[in-house]
Write a new protein. Sequence first.
Lengths: 442, 388
Amino acid sequence: MLTRRNFIGTSGLLLASSALPHVALAQNGPLRLEITEGVIEPLPFALPTFIGQGEVAADISRVIAADLRGTGLFRQIPPDAYISQVTSFNAPVSYPDWQAINAQALITGEVENRADGQIAVRFRLFDVFSQAPLGEGLQFVGPVDSWRRMAHTVADQVYSRITGESGYFDTRVAFIHEEGPKNARLKRLAIMDYDGANVQYLTDSRALVLAPRFSPQGDRILYTSYESGSPQVYVMDVASVQRRPLEAISGGTMTFSPRFAPSGQTVVLSLEQGGNSDIYGIDLATGSRQQLTSSPSIETAPSFSPDGSQIVFESDRTGQQQIYVMPAGGGEGRRISTGDGRYGTPVWSPRGDYIAFTYQADGRFHIGVMRTDGSEQRLLTSSFLDEGPTWAPNGRVLMFTRETPGDDGAPAVYSVDISGRNLQRVATPGMASDPAWGPLQS
Amino acid sequence: MRRSLYASSAIHIALLAWVAFGGLLFERSPEVEFEVTGVALISPEEFEALTSGTATDPAVIEAPEAPTVPDVSDTPDVPTQEAPPPATEQPAETAAPAPESDPVPVDPIPDTQVSDEVAVLAPPPGALDEAPSDTPTPEEAPRIAPIAAPLPEPDVETAPDVLEQPTEEAVAEETPVEEVPETAPEEATTEIVTEAEEPAAARAPTASVRPTARPARPAPVEEPVQEAVAEVETPAEEPVAQEPPVEEAPAAQDPLADAIAGAVADAIETPTPAADSIPAGPPLSQGVTEGFRVAVSACWNVGSLSTEAQGMTVVVGFELSPEARPLEGTLRMLEYSGGSEAAAQQAYEAARRAILRCGTNGYDLPAESYGRWRLVELVFNPQGMRMR
């Protein structure tokens, strides 16, 4: 039976229950969302000039900033926008001031001139929005003359801590320096820092030189020279600039396109005899030669896989240049390129995940990468003439030669990120070609 | 309601008056209509004349229509055809037809039965060949008669329905009470079911905690109530145990009132940092969650990550303040896939930067739904950004 009280009570329950949907208690699980797309843009960083006396501190700061900017992954916030000034290396960081200018990374440092004539470079990296150091501070000590290397080393550390992969700033690049008109071009073997600084010429211009290749340790360079009148592979000690023919060859024989094995004890190259070229392996210790391919076609441009178990090379055995992979000890090659154009100069990535190559089709040249099985082919560049890619030691960046058309055409060295972004010309003194990226020096 | 009663009464009175004075009870309505059968007024002489064949001319047939006319020859045609209309209008024209009917027509009424004989007239020989054209007209009259008779009855049956309605007004107080319990449980159950589906586990503990606090209060009857009021206003840390007593005081022994008070207390409960007591609030709309997702996406920069880290999926869990700002100390990587731990750490750092950077001023989330977004898990899956 419904009484007045029950009626009122029921009405009250209805009133209360009608309000409940708006104040339901906390849900059991957290709010879960999936984010599938972000942004790809340079990470803004602040780098106050390192504390220290003299110009070295400023120079080091400038080189570090240039290294980071040059990757295309970082953007330097102009010092004029800084709110805080770092007056002491150990002073606490005013994170709000750096957050206010949207600096996501902060690099502070100082340069100390030591009594022994050396300098000590210290730095710290901070994650501004996390308000915490990103890794521990480091210190490098060296002669004043090596300040650039120390700056590159600091940049490598910053790059590595933020990106998660090793840097490539403290490296050198061997290349061919070119001079003169196109029909009388003079070429010299040279070496420089990765950013074009500290260029050193290793050969004179009396003999034509081509295709230098760094040893895995960076202490030697293989290259092809016409010093004897025909193409022949030489090996040079970088420190002493002493060179010698890799092996004695008879008349009518040409060797070219050399490459070190990962161990540095073996070299593979192309040897042409009687109009036929094949790939050979040469043991540097014994000088013994092993033929790795045997085909009436042209096999050349061999490159070891990082583990030294395989060799990728180009061959026109099907009538057109294509890329093949074979065991390091030789054997039947397996074609991995499938496009209609011409594939050449394959180079295995130091990380082993990609093979870079030159691709020619429809009158255009491209630098591209593909997986080691030929899948996921991706062309990174396109121009009148792009060729000869070389990997940065971290497998993230490629350098290559780009030549402009016409009688006034000139070669230059360019770099590009493996993603195809950040294409830029490398600063070289004059014309340059055939870059070969060396390993990290430290 | 009384209007209808009066109207009904008036109609009934009018109807009865019409029946009484309109001639329904005492006047032969059918006769008026069936005066067409006045054919029966044909005198026996004329009938004999017809049957004998003396009256052969059509003109003679018209003559009998004015039978009353031994002498008056003009009037007979008029009454035969105009008589039916007045029959339906009798209530209003009762006075008019009366003088005409006074003469003798009263007697002819029984003669209407003669109409049957008219049918018999057809066979009679002699005049058959000449009279067929006249005989059909009188035969149509009886077909009309049966239809007119039942018409007046339905008007009388509508009255009872009108009379019953006023009686319901007197019992109006009881009937609504009977309807309420039928609808109330249905509405309550539907809402309770929907609420139970979402926060089922969260709501049960709050309801069970309240009774435990109640027994402790009986000792001091009045003072605790005042203290409870003060506690409810100042600290919001113990809403469940202390808010209900304030409202339960007036009806402490009524379980039904207790249930109401509990429901109301839950409805009034304010959000607090305690995880279990935070009301979830209304569900987040698609637009709100999408806005939150887009806000974090705008700060999720994978451009500075390694290629391996760029292909990794990391799940980051964290807590938001009531102002929708991420609490830095709560950020943590819950899981990762697609690469090494080192690369996952880099991917997590990028995700962490995104959450903190775009949440500096607080995300645009509805405060009333804090319980729904206090804890967040974001899955950073760069599937739409991986290098092809």
